[in-house]
Design a protein around this ligand. Structure first.
Ligand SMILES: [Zn+2]
Ligand SMILES: [Zn+2]
Length: 268
């Protein structure tokens, strides 16, 4: 008998919407088989749906086996009591449309999903960081515009207050060293994104921006959000990550040509 998903008991395939696959009038199925170290199989999404329980118990939701391969359950032989426990590693074998991925550590995906379930307001912020790393300026502007339009009175279930655009710009990612979007853009060396974030989220002087940046920002009608700063609004230049680094510190670490941003007085 073929294995089925331990959560929903359906076959370990995923039906692809015919509209997306390009094939007319024919549903296509692709494999979607996540094999845990205990031998239980799940659909990818069915397992992620239980991420909060798994990240707290580190146990298989079906057979309750302890899943991590790198830590022993509970008892720690570590000599130092102050050392944080190592991040669990849960090695799985995942088979999908793209083939087989042996030894795929699913823990980071579970931790992210578990965090986002508890903090739904962080979803657009995480998306903004992904786009910053990819250099997708248009996508970033869309997220910020949506945030401006989504007031506290949006018709989504108001269990949490959505972040404002200014809050998105200075949001620090607890899953990624407390980095802001500007930290992410600098580490990914996305120069245009760096300028975008400084334009939108800092009170840096207009004359410190290159002419080309001023022209593009004008053409896109991008606001200088902090030129008339309201109380409590944070400047992206002064957001510190978990290591205490501001964006200026990251520039100095990256070296030339990024050090020029600091030397030019932009971060003063
Ligand atoms: Zn399932
Ligand atoms: Zn299991």
């Amino acid at each position: 008998m073929a294995e089925t998903c331990k959560a929903c008991h359906d076959p370990l395939t995923l039906t692809v919407d015919p509209d997306d696959s390009g094939v007319e009038d024919e549903e296509q199925t692709v494999p979607d088989d996540l094999l845990l170290p205990c031998g239980c199989h799940f659909h990818w999404q069915c397992l992620l749906d239980q991420s909060s329980a798994i990240t707290s118990t580190l146990a298989c939701p079906s057979c309750t086996s302890y899943l991590p391969s790198n830590t022993s359950g509970g008892s720690s032989s570590s000599s130092s009591a102050t050392q944080p426990p190592p991040t669990p590693v849960i090695l799985t074998t995942y088979t999908n449309e793209g083939g087989i991925q042996p030894s795929l550590d699913i823990y980071p995906s579970l931790a992210e999903e578990s965090f986002l379930t508890a903090h739904p307001e962080a979803r657009p912020a995480r998306a903004l960081h992904t786009l910053a790393a990819e250099g997708d300026i248009q996508g970033m502007v869309e997220i910020l515009t949506d945030a401006d339009e989504d007031g506290p009175n949006s018709d989504e279930e108001a269990t949490t207050t959505p972040l404002t655009a200014t809050q998105l710009l200075t949001w620090r990612d607890p899953l990624n060293g407390g980095w802001s979007a500007l930290h992410v853009a600098l580490e990914a060396r996305q120069e245009e994104v760096v300028w975008l974030l400084l334009w939108l989220g800092s009170a840096a002087r207009r004359e410190d921006f290159p002419d080309a940046v001023v022209q593009v920002a004008g053409a896109m009608e991008l606001p200088r959000r902090l030129e008339q700063r309201e109380a409590g609004e944070e400047d992206v230049r002064f957001v510190r990550d978990e290591s205490g680094r501001t964006a200026g510190d990251v520039c100095l670490e990256l070296g030339a040509p990024w050090t020029r941003l600091v030397e030019g007085g932009l971060f003063n």
